[in-house]
Design a protein around this ligand. Structure first.
Ligand SMILES: Nc1ncnc2c1ncn2[C@@H]1O[C@H](COP(=O)(O)OP(=O)(O)O)[C@@H](O)[C@H]1O
Ligand SMILES: [Mg+2]
Length: 226
């Protein structure tokens, strides 16, 4: 269970360029469910996802993952949650283009204790195979198609076998057929028991998930306020 209670994020607090990117957000996300976060550009979607993914810290409020309150965790405990429990598919997928598929997907293993060094290759190839891209493992990311790159980004998010998968607009740069394939991958992962949270502009994506949370000017709603 993921629970946000009155979570706010204020950039440049107290200055004249202050932005309330998230305004007293309250939401509970049940483990194993899938949720879409929708809203126009600048509404606070990435801010919310980054806080859920422990990539960013909230200004105020309470955020719990399972029985752990994130604000009370020591930095090593937080790093452990971020590496082992959460898989993040970043906006624009943030891969290292000059490196191979293998090196990109291996990277998070180096920051986690979940797998031993001698298991790395087997683990990476196992994840690549589950996404049907094992034959690409030596290729440089820059030589891949958009859909292939997105699969690599998902593989990287999955390599530590996280419980929670977060994805920031994972289909925005894809044609509709490739987008459907990528969403099918997320649905399969939910079928394996993972919690899926996807920021999207695309209603067809949101419609395939259990629930949609709408966000406008940092305010959350369960009804469409966009
Ligand atoms: N690092 C930052 N510093 C200042 N303002 C920011 C920063 N990141 C985001 N913002 C502002 O916070 C608001 C929400 O941004 P964001 O969460 O990226 O929106 P979305 O992902 O919905 O497009 C926007 O007004 C944006 O300009
Ligand atoms: Mg964004």
């Amino acid at each position: 269970m993921i629970k946000l209670n009155n979570v706010s994020k204020i950039y440049n607090k107290g200055k004249d360029n202050e932005v309330i990117a998230l305004d007293n957000a309250c939401v509970e996300i049940i483990a194993g469910s899938s949720v879409a976060i929708m809203g126009v550009s600048g509404s606070g979607k990435s801010t919310m996802l980054n806080i859920i993914g422990c990539l960013d810290v909230m200004t105020s409020g309470e955020y719990c993952i399972g029985d752990k309150e994130v604000a009370t965790l020591k930095s090593n405990e937080l790093a452990e949650i971020r590496n082992a429990k959460i898989g993040f598919v970043l906006q624009e997928n943030a891969l290292i283009n000059s490196e191979s598929v293998y090196e990109n997907v291996k990277l998070p293993l180096c920051f986690s204790k979940k797998y031993k060094i001698k298991e790395f290759k087997k683990r990476v190839l196992e994840v690549l195979k589950s996404l049907n891209i094992d034959s690409l493992y030596k290729r440089k990311v820059r030589d891949l198609s958009g859909g292939q790159r997105q699969r690599v980004a998902i593989a990287r998010a999955l390599v530590n076998d996280p419980d929670i998968i977060l994805a920031d607009e994972p289909t925005s740069a894809l044609d509709s057929k490739t987008a459907s394939e990528i969403i099918a991958i997320f649905k399969d992962l939910q079928g394996e028991g993972k919690t899926i949270i996807i920021v999207t502009h695309d209603k067809r994506v949101a419609d395939q998930l259990d629930r949609t949370v709408y966000i406008k000017d940092g305010l959350l709603s369960d009804i469409d306020v966009i």
